[in-house]
Design a protein around this ligand. Structure first.
Ligand code: NIG
Ligand code: FE
Length: 425
């Protein structure tokens, strides 16, 4: 079937003949017609919806996206009528720990009774308790436990997810986590970006020897996992209950030597200046940032490091210090939002709710929230070929049963997704 600048397929057939006779139509395998397109092409400008837009793709890549009236003649096997629905880029969750074993519901109850996240961690619970459950699980068991969490994200239009290791804390278990993450992406038709977070917490076998554990991370784990193709980025938890700036810097230096980009968990509970360190290493993103100061903002702005804010963790830990949104905005730091899906601080599998929290808790605008889970989230993963509906990008699309973009940020609950396309399918 071919189409020529028109939503109405009956008319397309007659135009096809004309178009083909005049010049060969640009081949494409799939065309979406009748879209109200929010292309997210420019993070600096609040995007406007293009009514009656047409998107064309070949082999999963977009070859045209824009007004149907301006589209060239195309030759497509498949035409999908969007029926005037809102179409956005497929959503990107750029910070998750969704592969893990066990549950921390009991720890949640302890926190409700007054224990703090930090106190639980220092008493051998927290990340280390999830480490025990994760080490005890096989790859198949981790996949089975994590698949429903990924499915919930996918059901809301997510087409790319970042998944971190960091609950194995030794080579074999970190490998199992990363392999499980890759397998989950293949099974659910979603792109998975894997991040090695060996420096997440100190495993018990290295108690009182954090530097020795960092040796194991940089010499024993990272080079091996990178050689196996399991590491798209390297992350570290720079915090009193995590690792010091000096220890994190050793991890970043090792990543740099291997040519792997870095990210950081920083300024979540205190200000150790981890974001500025990450910026010095050209980090893709610095994440959490409730306690970030002006110097950290300046360093991130200069380096082009994305601020990934995690309102689910802010909410769930009942944090009261807000990340410095106005300062980030004024400095032009791109802001992403992510679920931080993890068993301890953000047992959350809704990127739509994350956007709502970005607006209600962090006072972000609708346009900022939408950019935060599309074009800016892509940048937090070092990607320019996702998070936008534009020529050359992957045809990752979310088609919504809503009238206006604000509906996606405004609602709490509901299932607004009509259809999701990942790489054209
Ligand atoms: O992003 N801050 C460190 N890592 C996670 C929490 C992990 C956990 O508690 O299991 C976070 O909040
Ligand atoms: Fe996290």
């Amino acid at each position: 079937m071919s189409i020529h600048n028109h939503q109405n397929e009956a008319i397309c057939f007659s135009n096809m003949a004309k178009g083909l006779a005049m010049s060969a139509a640009l081949p494409c395998d799939t065309v979406w017609t009748g879209a109200r397109l929010l292309p997210m092409t420019d993070r600096a400008q609040p995007d406007t919806v293009i009514d009656n837009a047409l998107i064309a793709a070949v082999d999963g890549r977009i070859v045209y996206a824009g007004p149907a009236a301006a589209a060239p003649a195309y030759d497509a096997q498949r035409v999908i009528a969007c029926g005037g629905r809102l179409v956005t880029p497929g959503l990107i969750d750029c910070h998750t720990h969704l592969v893990y074993g066990g549950s921390r519901a009991g720890e949640f109850e302890a926190r409700l009774a007054g224990a703090s996240y930090e106190a639980i961690a220092r008493a051998g619970g927290g990340i280390v308790s999830t480490m025990r459950a994760t080490r005890a699980a096989t790859e198949a068991e981790l996949i089975a436990a994590s698949a429903p969490r990924l499915a919930e994200l996918v059901a809301e239009g997510v087409t790319t997810v970042e998944i971190k290791s960091g609950y194995g804390l030794e080579l074999a278990s970190e490998r199992t986590m990363l392999r499980a993450a890759r397998a989950l992406g293949e099974a659910q038709h979603v792109a998975v970006s894997t991040t090695f977070l060996g420096a997440h917490a100190l495993p018990p076998e290295f108690s009182d020897n954090a530097d020795g554990y960092i040796d194991a991370v940089v010499d024993g784990m990272l080079p091996v996992l990178a050689a196996e193709g399991l590491v798209d980025a390297v992350d570290a938890f720079c915090e009193g209950i995590g690792f010091s700036v000096a220890q994190v810097e050793r991890v970043f230096a090792a990543a740099r030597a291997l040519g792997i980009p870095v990210k950081v968990h920083a300024e979540q509970l205190s200000n150790l200046h981890g974001a500025a360190l990450a910026a010095r290493y050209g980090a893709l993103s610095a994440d959490h940032l409730e306690h970030l100061d002006g110097a950290g903002i300046g360093a991130m702005a200069a380096a082009g490091t994305v601020a990934t804010l995690l309102p689910g963790a802010y909410y769930f830990t009942r944090e009261t210090v807000l990340p410095p949104i106005d300062g980030l905005r004024a400095a032009g730091v791109p802001i992403a939002l992510a679920t931080d899906c993890n068993p301890g601080t953000s047992p959350m599998t809704s990127l739509l709710l994350t956007m709502n929290m970005g607006a209600t808790l962090f006072r972000m605008t609708v346009a900022e929230c939408l950019a935060a889970v599309t074009i800016n989230a892509a940048r937090a993963l070092g990607r320019e070929d996702i998070g936008t509906v534009a020529r050359g990008a992957w045809a990752d699309l979310a088609i919504w049963n809503v009238d206006q973009p604000a509906e996606l940020v405004y609602r709490i609950g509901g299932r607004p997704l009509h259809a999701r396309y990942w790489r054209g399918h």
